[in-house]
Design a protein. Structure first.
Length: 272
């Protein structure tokens, strides 16, 4: 049952569904909160499972969707996509992992199960086309997208109707997955910034070349280059970097390009 949340951005609905992480918990799977952006009309529509970064879905203290997530949700819904943002952190009692122990909620362990829980949930909805669902993630969620796309991942339910049609990973960390034997279960596209000092572009370039994936690298772009109106800022206390700092900033050229490319990529799955 949908519960409309008035304090969130327009066109959002809060839903609940299980992750597929029962094998990790040793008991019932984690019940996740999800936030849905829906186009006007009854559908059925193609859909996107959107995986947030290490800071979570909500701006701290403000307790509302971050601008990046709200911007993408509204934008893609206007293009005719149902967009589901699973909250991987708060249901597990962890508000974020940027400055916390990364093992609390790991992309390749916990969050891949959340992605497939979201896929299964969407495939049960009459307003969604079950064979036209994409996986999109930013940073920590981009890493999740890469791990979820591996052939043979244990997070993929045996009874899933169809797999994700396409994956899009925004500035993911690629160091760990580069060391693995990787074959994609569905097409995956990577977008990275050449000046990213949080999740550097070089390992992702090597990974994309090794795995045969498509990658776009933006010159002069830092982490979070697609965020709307974010001035350059240096974050401190970041656990994933050797310096403990990371630079984030909007890059207008990269943002404009990726806002054009993502709908084009999503459009390719509608013929499936």
């Amino acid at each position: 049952m949908f519960l409309f949340v008035h304090t969130l951005a327009a066109a959002q609905e809060r839903v609940q569904f299980p992750s597929t992480d029962g094998d990790l918990t040793g008991r019932a799977p984690t019940q996740l909160d999800g936030y849905v952006f829906r186009p006007a009309g009854s559908g059925p529509f193609p859909a996107v499972v959107a995986m947030h970064g290490c800071g979570g879905l909500f701006a701290q203290r403000q307790k509302k969707f971050t601008e990046r997530h709200a911007d993408w949700g509204v934008r893609l819904a206007k293009f005719g996509y149902v967009v589901l943002f699973p909250d991987s952190f708060n249901p597990r009692g962890v508000p974020d992992v940027c400055k916390r122990e990364q093992s609390l909620v790991r992309p390749g362990v916990h969050r891949i199960h959340d992605a497939y829980g979201a896929l299964a949930y969407l495939q049960q909805q009459p307003f969604v086309r079950p064979g036209a669902i994409a996986l999109l993630g930013w940073s920590h969620g981009g890493i999740t997208t890469l791990w979820a796309s591996r052939q043979g991942t244990k997070a993929r339910p045996k009874d899933v109707k169809t797999d994700f049609a396409v994956g899009i990973a925004m500035y993911p960390g690629c160091v760990a997955i580069l060391k693995t034997e990787y074959r994609p279960a569905f097409p995956v596209h990577l977008f990275v910034g050449e000046l990213d000092d949080w999740t550097p572009a070089a390992p992702c370039k090597a990974f994309a070349e090794k795995a045969g994936l498509k990658l776009v690298a933006y010159p002069n772009a830092h982490h979070s280059f697609d965020s709307p109106n974010r001035g350059k800022r240096i974050l401190t206390g970041i656990r994933a970097t050797a310096s403990g700092t990371a630079t984030i900033a909007t890059n207008p050229e990269a943002r404009a390009d990726v806002l054009k490319r993502v709908p084009e990529i999503l459009g390719t799955m509608q013929a499936r």
